[in-house]
Design a binder for this molecule. Structure first.
Ligand SMILES: C[S@@+](CC[C@H](N)C(=O)[O-])C[C@H]1O[C@@H](n2cnc3c(N)ncnc32)[C@H](O)[C@@H]1O
Length: 279
């Protein structure tokens, strides 16, 4: 019998509570920092413009081969549902705001494609369903990803290679996996093995923020969730980038016409953790 990977809500001790100061972060602040530090170096990072009005770069620099998705081989990662990875264990033990130890969600095949996260019970609005440490952080800088991958154990490296991969993002498979799954964590991006399994919706169920103090990605519900519902996040507020950056066309039904893009949005910054509800 197959056992899905499940995630429990564990009561947080006071010292593990996240300070709001640690979570608060804006793209504008961070962009100013990269710019000043000269960390804006390659590919997507070559934003043009000033903080607050970042000019989108052309699709070619992200999906060099073609702007529209062709047939792609989706890594469905069958073994993920049976093995608790390093990050999964971290996610479990990092707890949530709910007192019960019962599982809140499982990772299993999704009708959207590949794997997805699904609620195992009704979950109330504003529940922290997961806190996850990064498997690693890396920039797009030449060689940095390879350097970080070198540091992983064999098991961690295997988990990374099982993640979904939109192959048109890069000829190098590791880089393509990195780009398909990364979350922005300031001047670098992080790979979070469990968070990587959450699919996109333009009307997502989950909001996510990054806690710099504890280096955790925090997922919480935006509204009440019903048992069995897929737990989705928003990768980008502009659905036209989903085909170029992730290889699928959005069929959520709420993004046509496209969602309003806030002025501070930089398309370099897909999957930017945030705290507000304004997109
Ligand atoms: C970060 S992964 C998300 C988890 C992925 N489904 C898996 O199996 O690991 C991103 C990939 O998931 C798929 N995906 C995510 N959201 C989707 C959606 N709303 N509709 C179709 N495919 C989606 C796309 O293939 C995308 O490249």
């Amino acid at each position: 019998m197959q056992t899905w990977l499940t995630f429990s809500a564990i009561k947080m001790s006071t010292d593990k509570m996240v300070s709001s100061a640690g979570v608060c972060w804006t793209l504008a602040d961070d962009f100013a920092q990269w710019w000043a530090e000269g960390e804006v170096v390659t590919g997507k990072e070559k934003g043009v413009g000033s903080v607050g009005s970042v000019t989108p770069i052309s699709p070619e620099s992200t999906a060099a081969v073609a702007p529209t998705p062709g047939p792609m081989e989706q890594v469905t990662c069958p073994s993920l549902v049976e093995e608790a990875s390093h990050a999964a264990v971290t996610a479990q033990t990092s707890g949530s705001s709910r007192d019960s130890g019962s599982p809140l969600f499982s990772i299993r095949p999704s009708p959207k494609g590949g794997m997805g996260a699904f609620a195992l019970s009704d979950i109330a609005e504003s529940t922290v369903i997961m806190k996850e440490l990064a498997l690693f952080l890396a920039t797009d800088g030449k060689g940095h990803l390879a350097e970080e991958l070198e540091k992983l154990s064999v098991e961690e490296r295997t988990e990374f290679s099982k993640l979904a991969c939109y192959e048109l993002l890069d000829r190098d498979r590791d880089t393509a996996i990195f780009k398909t799954n990364r979350f922005r964590t300031g001047s670098s991006s992080g790979i979070f093995l469990v968070a990587s399994r959450f699919n996109h919706s333009c009307n997502p169920v989950i909001r996510y923020s990054y806690d710099y103090s504890n280096r955790q990605l925090i997922f919480s519900t935006k509204r009440d969730v019903k048992e069995g519902e897929e737990l989705t996040i928003m990768y980008t507020p502009n659905s036209q980038y989903l085909s170029m950056d992730y290889g699928f066309l959005c069929d959520c039904g709420v993004c046509d016409p496209p969602l309003k893009v806030p002025v501070y949005y930089d398309r370099w910054a897909d999957k930017v953790p945030h705290e507000t509800d304004d997109w």
